[in-house]
Each structure stands twice: as structure tokens, then as C-alpha cells.
Write a protein that binds this ligand. Structure first.
Ligand code: FAD
Length: 389
């Protein structure tokens, strides 16, 4: 058993760490100021410039296959990258990536949707959730009916990330009500010019998703992604593309937050002693340190399973559930250690507090992860002994 990093893993991790320190950390005060004015923390042009700086050093398309110009990094390396990016709240991601399911397109679809998305020329969104169907995604009611060579889509989607900025949407619609999710849902690539509309949804976070309305939107058959009736499997593939990456990013945030809390505890004196000398504070630091360590190994273990070609769904659910719950407990303790200052907008702690809350909701809520984990155990799909048996 080897818990160390290979030379390549260390090199990649260190490069991103340096990039974050040199390029992103100095932007933090300005990002906070902009967000407080209701502006995007990182305007598109600044994001593009940062991505170009990274690209010049070879950081482009972290998981994008090499034949598409990307780095084609595996899951462990990608998780290490995400942890480093998570150490700042500057909303940065490397350029050069596209949704995994766009690789299922035919040559023409790849030319029109996949390649421009990788190049950053077009923005996509994944539209599955509806007002009446979130956790229970099989309950979607958006329909697509055939009309000659076209399909006509009617329905509403909600909470769609990038839904207001997207140039096209991957829309999941019922094409055979009898069969439902089992062969009756199809995925369509729908350009904004086809006539769908979007409305941003304000959230407690610094960015918001959007609701989308499809009112008789006409799409040619050529825009069916994959096979007619096989859309639900594509949706599950999109969602399962990298669940371990969400807690990976939260892990980086928790590392940074705990460092901030420890620094504060060392310098803040009450009743003649530093907070760091108080057992109540030490216990919060100890709990957080242990949980960060556990998060790290759950994330890396799930990523290792992906790289090893093992069915990693259970491990990913475990990492997502634990990471979401613990990141929220840790940021709450860090806020508490900062006292009144933790509650202010002077510090980024409250920002992280709001942002990390989302982790317990999207891409499978805590309850849905628990449901999956319990079912896997009860049905014997996995053993309580884990991969060691
Ligand atoms: C900021 C943000 C971005 C998002 N981005 C996207 C996106 O890009 N594309 C997309 O398609 N969707 C997106 N979503 C939707 C997200 O995936 C759903 O919000 C999520 O799956 C939960 O669905 P819901 O909100 O309908 O809650 P519901 O499914 O109504 O659940 C409500 C509560 O009941 C619990 N619950 C539900 N079923 C059970 C059960 N069987 N047992 C016990 N408890 C249960 C849930 O865990 C939750 O606590 C996004 C959501 C947010 C907030």
C-alpha cells in the first residue's frame, strides 16, 4: 500500500499550487469587492486571460483526450488539480473541456458542438431537472414529439447551470411516455437560436443557474444525441462523470479555511490567552483536521478506482456525501472560531459558507447519496469491507 505521490502527480500538483498562489490569490480582494457590487467575481475577459496563461504552460483541457488537444489526465491527477483550485474562492477553471456526453455525437455534432465547446467558443448547459423532477429525474415531463423530420420540444427546465449564458442545451425529453426512462427519454442538442428562453435564478451563492422554457421548439432529427430513447443513460453518464471532483474542490477550501482558523486562533487573545490555548477551540481544530484527512482519502480512493477501471459509483457517492456534510461542518466551525469577524463580509468565510452549502444539494443530494449507499450495502453490491473485502 502506497499513499505517496508519484513524481508526475507531485509535479502537476505543485504547478497548480504555484499557479494558484501567483495568479489567483492576488485577485481575491478584487473578486470579493466585485461580488459585493453584484458583478461577476471574474469577468469573462479576465478568465480568458488566466486560461491563456495556464495554456501556455500546457494546462488546457485537464481531462480532455489528447487527440482533442487536451492533457488527458486521469482521475487521481484531476482530483489533485481540483484540490489546489479549491484553495481559493476565485471562480477559476482551466479551459479546454467539454461535457463528456458530447463525445457520443456523430462527426457533424462533434464539429458543431464538441469542438467549439472545447475551444471555449460555445457554452453548453445540461438540462435535466424540471420544476416537478429533481432527485426523481425519471419523473421529467418535457416532451418531444416527431413532426416529419423534426422533433418539437415542449416543457420547462429549472436550476440549469450556465442556462442563461449557454449557446446550446443538452435537453432531456420524453419521446415515449409508455417506456419513460427505460427507453423513452431522448437527449437533444438544442441551439439557443431554435427559440428557447432562459431566466436567471438568484441563489444564496455568488452565481445562479437558470430556468429554461421550450415552447414548441423545433429541432431537426440530426440533433438527437446518441440513440432515440437512450437519453436517460446519457444523463446518468453526465452526472456520474466525476462526482469525486466536487468534494475534491471542497477539500481544498477546507484546508485553506482551517489554516485561516488556526492563524486567527494563534493571534486572537481573550482573557489574556490566545484562542489556540483553549480546549474548546482545539477540539474544533482537531475535529476539522481529522475530517479533512478522511475527505482526502475518500476522494483519492474514489479517483483511484476510476483510474483502475473498477466500478467506482459507490466510492464516489461515499466521497460526495462525506465531503458535503463535513465541509459544511468545517466551514461552520471556522466561522465560529472567527467570532463576529467570521460573520462579516470583510472575510471570505461567509462566502465559502454559502458556496459550500450547495454541495449537499446538487448532483445528488445527501439523502440520495445515502439512499444509493444503503441500497448498495443492503443488496450486497458492495461489502462493508470495501475494496479489501
Ligand atoms: C445551483 C444549482 C445548480 C444546478 N445545476 C443543475 C444543472 O446544471 N442541470 C440540472 O439538470 N440540474 C441542476 N440542478 C438541480 C439539482 O440537481 C437538483 O436541485 C437536485 O437534484 C435536487 O432536486 P430538487 O431540487 O428537485 O429537490 P427534491 O428532489 O424535491 O428533494 C427535496 C428534498 O427531499 C429529499 N428527498 C428527495 N427524494 C427523497 C427520498 N427518496 N428519500 C429521502 N429524501 C428525499 C432531497 O434530498 C431534498 O432534501 C442544480 C441545482 C442547483 C441548486
Amino acid at each position: 500500500m502506497d499513499f505517496g505521490l508519484t513524481d508526475t502527480e507531485r509535479d502537476v500538483r505543485d504547478w497548480v499550487r504555484t499557479f494558484v498562489r501567483r495568479e489567483l490569490l492576488p485577485l481575491e480582494p478584487e473578486v470579493l469587492r466585485r461580488e459585493r457590487r453584484g458583478e461577476p467575481g471574474l469577468p469573462p475577459e479576465e478568465l480568458r486571460q488566466l486560461r491563456e496563461i495556464a495554456r501556455a504552460a500546457g494546462f488546457w483541457g485537464v481531462q480532455t483526450p489528447r487527440e482533442y488537444g487536451g492533457m488527458g489526465l486521469g482521475a487521481v491527477l484531476t482530483a489533485l488539480v481540483e484540490v489546489e483550485l479549491g484553495r481559493t474562492f476565485v471562480p477559476f477553471s482551466f479551459g479546454g473541456s467539454a461535457d463528456n456526453i458530447l463525445y457520443s455525437g456523430d462527426e457533424e455534432q462533434k464539429r458543431r458542438y464538441l469542438l467549439p465547446t472545447i475551444a471555449g467558443e460555445r457554452v453548453s448547459c445540461f438540462a435535466l431537472t424540471e420544476p416537478g423532477a429533481g432527485s426523481d429525474a425519471k419523473a421529467i415531463r418535457t416532451t418531444a414529439r416527431r413532426d416529419g423530420d423534426d422533433w418539437v420540444i415542449d416543457g420547462e427546465k429549472t436550476f440549469i447551470t450556465h442556462g442563461h449564458e449557454a449557446d446550446f442545451a443538452m435537453v432531456f425529453a420524453v419521446t415515449d411516455r409508455e417506456r419513460g426512462a427505460d427507453g423513452g427519454v431522448t437527449c437533444f442538442l438544442v441551439d439557443r437560436e431554435s427559440g428557447w428562453t432562459s431566466e436567471p435564478i438568484a441563489t444564496m451563492g455568488e452565481w445562479g443557474p437558470a430556468s429554461l422554457v421550450f415552447d414548441g421548439v423545433r429541432v431537426p432529427s440530426a440533433n438527437v444525441l446518441g440513440e432515440v430513447g437512450q437519453g436517460f443513460a446519457l444523463a446518468m453518464r453526465w452526472i456520474g462523470r466525476g462526482r469525486y471532483l466536487l468534494p475534491a474542490r471542497a477539500l481544498g477550501a477546507c484546508e485553506r479555511l482551517l489554516e485561516m482558523a488556526m492563524e486567527h486562533a494563534r493571534v486572537r487573545h481573550t482573557f489574556g490567552e490566545p484562542l489556540a490555548e483553549r480546549q474548546a477551540i482545539q477540539w474544533m481544530i482537531a475535529e476539522s483536521g481529522v475530517e479533512i484527512e478522511a475527505m482526502r482519502w475518500l476522494v483519492l480512493h474514489a479517483a483511484w478506482q476510476v483510474d483502475a477501471g473498477i466500478d467506482s459509483r459507490h466510492a464516489q457517492s461515499v466521497a460526495k456525501l462525506y465531503g458535503g456534510v463535513k465541509a459544511n461542518e468545517i466551514v461552520d466551525r471556522v466561522l465560529q472560531i472567527h467570532g463576529g469577524m467570521g460573520y462579516t463580509k470583510e472575510l471570505p468565510v461567509e462566502r465559502w459558507y454559502r458556496e459550500l452549502r450547495l454541495l449537499r444539494i446538487y448532483e445528488g443530494t445527501d439523502e440520495i447519496q445515502r439512499r444509493t449507499i444503503a441500497r448498495n450495502l443492503l443488496k450486497g453490491h458492495v461489502s462493508v469491507g470495501g475494496v479489501l473485502g
